[in-house]
Write a protein that binds this ligand. Structure first.
Ligand SMILES: Nc1ncnc2c1ncn2[C@@H]1O[C@H](COP(=O)(O)OP(=O)(O)OP(=O)(O)O)[C@@H](O)[C@H]1O
Ligand SMILES: O=P(O)(O)OC[C@H]1O[C@H](OP(=O)(O)OP(=O)(O)O)[C@H](O)[C@@H]1O
Ligand SMILES: [Mg+2]
Length: 279
């Protein structure tokens, strides 16, 4: 049985559970359940704190897990990234009260509050800067106002929390983070299947199918607008000189592509959602 660690709480838990459900796995029924067995798919899910997942996977106690790249690096665990999962994107940044600190070199000897001390320490050390790290569990943006730190290093998504605390980002990006699938030294049986399924979910979420009819002579121009992932499917129509085209298009670009195909003379342009995929 493949033993998988999934986030039980926090920003990553809901989407991770949704993706696994879309990938055909059964999940826990209520949020207090710690373990769930999906016998049909031969997997066992362990619901753990996202911060602890790398520890379990790195030690070999569990086979694979879903967590954040920032949490993986901060853990110092031997687990490694198998794939990124296209959700839970965030950046990890330094911030200080507006106009107070503008360069990371100025952090030498200063107090930096963070929930990710190893990540920050590794970053500063690699640049020869020695700061005093103040380890906090969360809400680190309040640390400066409350006088326990001179700057913070934290997850930034919209930046609203920083702004509300009167802080401004400075210095380089410490890390671009995203949700990742992590594994240990061995790659147990079943991992590739899970990965293929999760990739299928990502494709289904990101792409749509576009069908349209077109004059055959305009096909090259149409393929230049939307080339698909592999290659468009082209079938003859009963009307001489016309073809039906089917192609996968990024959902974000679908409207733009439809406009451009219509300008080219395409007719009956239809867009349909993808329920599941294996590429
Ligand atoms: N807006 C966000 N706020 C916090 N973490 C985010 C955000 N967007 C993505 N993440 C990612 O979620 C992971 C943090 O999850 P975690 O569950 O530990 O903290 P949380 O979402 O802050 O929840 P809590 O503070 O309630 O424990 C990190 O990988 C982080 O990069
Ligand atoms: O850039 P934003 O969109 O404002 O999001 C970033 C904030 O969200 C997270 O806090 P969370 O709500 O998880 O609270 P915590 O600090 O107690 O973990 C993170 O630690 C930042 O504080
Ligand atoms: Mg948090």
């Amino acid at each position: 049985m493949l033993r998988i660690a999934v986030p039980n709480k926090g920003s990553l838990s809901e989407i991770a559970a949704e993706m696994l459900a879309e990938a055909g796995y059964s999940g826990r029924r209520d949020s207090r359940q710690l373990v769930h067995t999906d016998a049909r798919n031969g997997v066992e899910f362990f619901y753990l704190r996202p911060r602890d997942i790398a520890t379990y996977v790195g030690s070999g106690a569990l086979d694979i897990g879903i967590t954040g790249r920032d949490l993986l690096l901060d853990s110092g665990s031997a687990a490694h990234e198998i794939a990124h999962l296209d959700f839970g994107d965030s950046t990890f940044r330094f911030a200080a009260p507006t106009n107070e600190i503008s360069d990371i070199a100025d952090l030498a000897g200063k107090r930096v509050a963070t929930s990710y001390p190893k990540l920050v320490d590794d970053f500063l050390r690699a640049r020869g800067i020695e700061a005093i790290l103040v380890k906090l569990d969360g809400a680190v943006e309040s640390a400066v106002r409350l006088g326990v730190a001179d700057a913070v290093a934290d997850v930034v998504s919209t930046g609203a929390t920083l702004r509300a605390a009167g802080l401004e980002i400075f210095g380089p990006v410490i890390l671009e983070s995203t949700a990742v699938l992590i594994g240990g030294a061995k790659r147990p049986e079943g991992v590739d299947r899970l990965l293929r399924r999760l990739r299928g979910v990502l494709v289904a979420r990101k792409f749509v199918i576009m069908d349209y009819d077109l004059r055959e002579s305009d096909l090259d121009a149409a393929v230049a607008i939307a080339g698909g992932i592999e290659s468009p499917t082209v079938s003859p129509l009963k009307d001489e000189g016309w073809v039906a085209v089917r192609v996968m298009v990024s959902a974000d670009e679908a409207n733009d592509v439809m406009d451009r195909l219509a300008d080219l003379g395409a007719r009956a342009i239809l867009v349909t959602a993808i329920h599941a995929a294996r590429l």
